[in-house]
Design a protein around this ligand. Sequence first.
Ligand code: ARG
Length: 460
Amino acid sequence: MARFHEPQHPDFQRLNASIGFDRRLWPQDIAQSRAHAAMLAARGIIATEERDGLLDALTAIEEELREERFVFAAGDEDIHMAIERRVTEIAGAVGGKLHTARSRNDQVVTDLAMYVSERARGAQRGIVELMEVLLRRAEEHLEWPLPGYTHLQRAQPVYLSHHLLAYFWMLARDRSRFAFAEHESGRLPLGAGALAGVNFDTDRRMVARELGFREVAVNSIDAVSGRDFVLDYLGAAATCSTHLSRLGAELVLWSSSEFGFCELPDAWTSGSSIMPQKKNPDAAELLRAKAPRVVGHLAALHGVMHALPLTYNKDLQEDKEHLFDAVDTVELTLAAAKGMIDGVRFERERMSEAAADELIAATDVADLLVRLGMPFREAHGVVAGLVRTAVDGGKGLLALTDDEIIAVCPLLATQRAQFDAVLAQSSWLESKVSEGGTSLERVREQLMLARATLDECPRG
Ligand code: ARG
């Protein structure tokens, strides 16, 4: 403290401290310090007795932290200083040797890389569990028709299995994005020192092996100033949360009396304090609303990193709260989505009634005309005319008289039997035979592909 004449302003200390949130990095910080002490001894930079004193102190501190007995001191700016202070209290002056050949700059980013790697694996586990449930529910509802929507208007019928599998594939890609973030956090920063490397011939590869890093960061400047692996995690988290928000939004709609397509499990809904009949889809609503929060964290860290001169700047301390909140949000919303999909009861009658709205077979009628030789654009216009006649007459397409059809399209009137066949409900779904379409055969293919995809996802 000899460098300073005046004590720190208490508000500066509050602004500057990260202990309030970075204490969650203690398991990483302890593991890192262990590996570092072992390496220092292996290189003859500290004596083996000194190493043992440090390791014993670290074990004692680990227990204090795990059992929540660790007493934080007023001057503990962050978790790294808190642990080092305590090492010195327990081990004596040798505690001061733990920081040999290490700076808080490479220390903090090393903890963070370990943390991101772990949580990226955690997110992948949560995603795989949700994919598993989606796939099972899709198998259970293989041939339940419901309307597919565009513009939230009934468009074309699909099978519920097909709709649920749409989320399965979004999540499969989300999993790959988290796997990429895990990969990107696999380079050990430790050994970069403050920014330029350290004045000892350390064994970074030994530390990397010990801590589960795949390789060592090649450039010390890049190592202490880079946080793109955090951006990678947040990018994956933002996209995944956005996908979950769409699932949440559909569950909100579908569970409304207006749709009546499903009933959400009691465990994921709440009652109203005033209206006893209500069952509110709070969890689904929160899936919707949490996504912008995660996207906000991604944008905020981009803001922190933007135009930041190399190398370490205190700005980088602002990476943590965005990351931590995104981690907590993603893991919790994945669990909520899994719980809801697992327990949701779909209402077959309501869905198939809505899917039986034969106006949604209009595209199929147009395609019939195309097969009879009419250009699609013209057929589109013909069917629009038929739909208008039907709607004006307050009836469905099947109820159109031959005369009404002749008035719009004489060609079609000659093919009345085919027209009726196209409007028979299952044919609207079964006609979607193209690869990736909703016909049963295609959905069965898709289910097999989904099962194979899931089997290839790393577990654990
Ligand atoms: N709490 C700091 C952070 O989160 C640790 C690194 C501090 N380094 C420094 N040179 N002040 O970034």
